[in-house]
Design a protein around this ligand. Structure first.
Ligand SMILES: O=C(O)CCC(=O)C(=O)O
Ligand SMILES: [Fe+2]
Length: 218
């Protein structure tokens, strides 16, 4: 359902901060002109966007936790966004589709990568509602939180300092959240315990894993 993934090393975090420090940011409404709840800044600088999104995409694609949890078919180029005091992003579900240069991407999984230190700002937690439960994330630099795009979530107002994150959206090969979670769990347990199993039973377990993929992977 949710997963925290250690995504970036210190050097990558440093480079992304440098890119943010020298890149031009504009009002985030540029990509949601009719939004009344989005109040943040986003990177708007083609060269900086290309460099930063490549660092983030490369880190995602080589990270087994990220890949095995989200089953990406496509990942939108991650975008650096910044919140200064008074900025926030009100409660919303993510739009079902977002336009990309190579066609629309269906948002199954949303992702925030924390770039600056939580001690550098007050407020600014990513608040996600899961049924009646309220979850708040304000993670260490380099950590990513991945969560289902349909959940209602918000960025609480920043009251001091600066919140710098990268955000992206993933279209999953297994669009159904329950299916994706079940396959992830089954694969995890098989990877952790398979070596200790009677080989004949492990073969039977693999047959189930493969057949579920045939049924649920799109
Ligand atoms: O900044 C974040 O953590 C999330 C932003 C968000 O919800 C969005 O861009 O849709
Ligand atoms: Fe969102």
């Amino acid at each position: 359902m949710f997963k925290l993934v250690p995504l970036l090393d210190e050097q990558e975090v440093r480079t992304l901060r440098e890119i943010a420090a020298s890149g031009q940011f504009v009002d985030g409404k540029i990509s949601n002109p009719h939004s009344t709840i989005k109040n943040n800044l986003q990177l708007h600088d083609a060269a900086a966007y290309e460099r930063s999104s490549k660092i983030l995409l490369d880190a995602m694609v080589r990270n087994p936790d990220f890949m095995e949890f989200t089953f990406p078919a496509r990942i939108a180029p991650p975008l650096l966004t910044r919140y200064t005091p008074g900025m926030h992003y009100g409660l919303h579900p993510d739009a079902a589709y977002i336009p990309l240069s190579d066609g629309q991407l269906r948002t199954d999984v949303s992702c925030t990568v924390f770039i600056n230190d939580p001690a550098d700002y007050d407020g600014g937690a990513l608040h996600i509602m899961l049924g009646n439960a309220d979850l708040r994330f304000k993670e260490a630099p380099g950590t990513a939180i991945v969560y289902p795009s349909h959940t209602l979530h918000e960025v609480e107002p920043v009251t001091r300092g600066e919140r710098l994150v990268a955000i992206t959206f993933i279209q999953s090969l297994i669009p159904d959240l329950q299916h994706r979670d079940l396959i992830y769990e089954l694969n995890e347990v098989a990877a952790l315990e398979g070596g200790k199993m009677d080989p004949a039973n492990y073969t039977r377990l693999q047959a189930v894993q493969y057949q579920l993929l045939r049924m649920w992977r799109r």
